[in-house]
Design a protein around this ligand. Structure first.
Ligand code: SF4
Length: 245
C-alpha cells in the first residue's frame, strides 16, 4: 500500500475530508486504518470509499454500530472478547440501559443475556412486553475486567455513543437498570431509593431508574418494587398499549 499514491490522486475536498476522518479515528484510539481488499494502488481512493465521517453523522443504529465497533478509545478494547452495541427494536418506545457488559454479554456480543438478562425477559413478559419490542444497551460497550464498576475516563469516552444511540432512536422513555448505571448517567451520588419513583430528563427523554435484575436475583424482596416501576414505565411510554412507534 502506498499512501502517498492515493494522496496524489485526491482533490482538495477529498483530502480535507480524509484529514478530518483520520483525526476522528485517532481520537477514537485507532492506531491503524482498515482498507477494503478491493482497494488497490491504481484505484482512485475516494472519501466515500474510506467511509469518511464520524459517528455523529450516523443516521441509523446499524450505521453507528459499523462506525464504532472497532473502537479502541479506552483500555477496555484490549480485554474485550466482543463489542456489545445493543439489541432490540430500533424503533422501540422503551429503552433499557445497564452499566456495562458482563461475562456472558462479552462472549456473545449481546447485552443482558446471562441470568440477569433472562430475569429481565421474564419481568417484561409479565407486563406484556417481549424483549424484541424494546431496545437494550449499556453505557459501556466493552466489559470491564472482573465486572468492576466503569471508570470515569471510560464513561467519558463511551457515553457519547450511548447518547447518539438515544438521539437516533428517540424512545419515549428510558429505564435505567441499577444504581451504578443511574449514578453514572445522572452524575449523582443519590441512592437508588432516592432515584426510584421519579422522572429525570436525559438528553430530552424521560428517564427513570429501577433495580438491576442481578440485584433482584440476590434478593427477591426487590421484585414487587421493580415490577411496579416497570408498570409505570409502560403506562408512560405506551399509554395506548402500543408496542412500537
Ligand atoms: S468501552 Fe467504549 S470507549 Fe472503551 S473501547 Fe469499548 S467502545 Fe470504545
Amino acid at each position: 500500500m502506498k499512501p502517498r499514491f492515493f494522496w496524489k490522486t485526491m482533490d482538495r475536498k477529498e483530502k480535507n475530508r480524509l484529514k478530518k476522518y483520520l483525526l476522528v479515528q485517532r481520537d477514537l484510539g485507532f492506531d491503524e486504518l482498515y482498507l477494503p481488499e478491493s482497494t488497490r494502488p491504481g484505484v482512485k481512493m475516494t472519501a466515500k470509499r474510506l467511509n469518511i465521517g464520524d459517528f455523529e453523522k450516523s443516521e441509523s443504529l446499524d450505521q453507528l454500530d459499523a462506525t464504532i465497533n472497532r473502537c479502541k478509545r479506552c483500555d477496555l478494547a484490549k480485554s474485550r472478547t466482543k463489542f456489545v452495541f445493543g439489541v432490540g427494536n430500533p424503533q422501540a418506545d422503551i429503552m433499557f440501559i445497564g452499566e456495562a457488559p458482563g461475562r456472558d454479554e462479552d462472549l456473545q456480543g449481546v447485552p443482558f443475556v446471562g441470568r440477569a438478562g433472562k430475569l429481565l425477559d421474564k419481568m417484561l413478559t409479565e407486563i406484556g412486553i417481549r424483549r424484541e419490542d424494546v431496545y437494550i444497551a449499556n453505557i459501556l460497550k466493552c466489559r470491564p475486567p472482573d465486572n468492576r464498576d466503569p471508570l470515569p475516563g471510560e464513561v467519558e469516552k463511551c457515553e457519547p455513543y450511548l447518547i447518539k444511540q438515544i438521539r437516533i432512536m428517540q424512545p419515549k422513555a428510558i429505564c435505567c437498570l441499577g444504581r451504578i448505571a443511574a449514578q453514572t448517567i445522572l452524575k449523582t451520588t443519590m441512592t437508588l431509593g432516592a432515584m426510584r419513583g421519579r422522572w429525570f430528563d436525559y438528553h430530552g427523554i424521560k428517564f427513570m431508574v429501577t433495580y438491576h435484575p442481578a440485584a433482584i436475583l440476590r434478593s427477591n424482596s426487590y421484585m414487587p418494587s421493580a415490577m411496579a416501576d416497570l408498570k409505570t414505565l409502560v403506562e408512560v411510554a405506551l399509554p395506548h398499549g402500543g408496542k412500537t412507534k
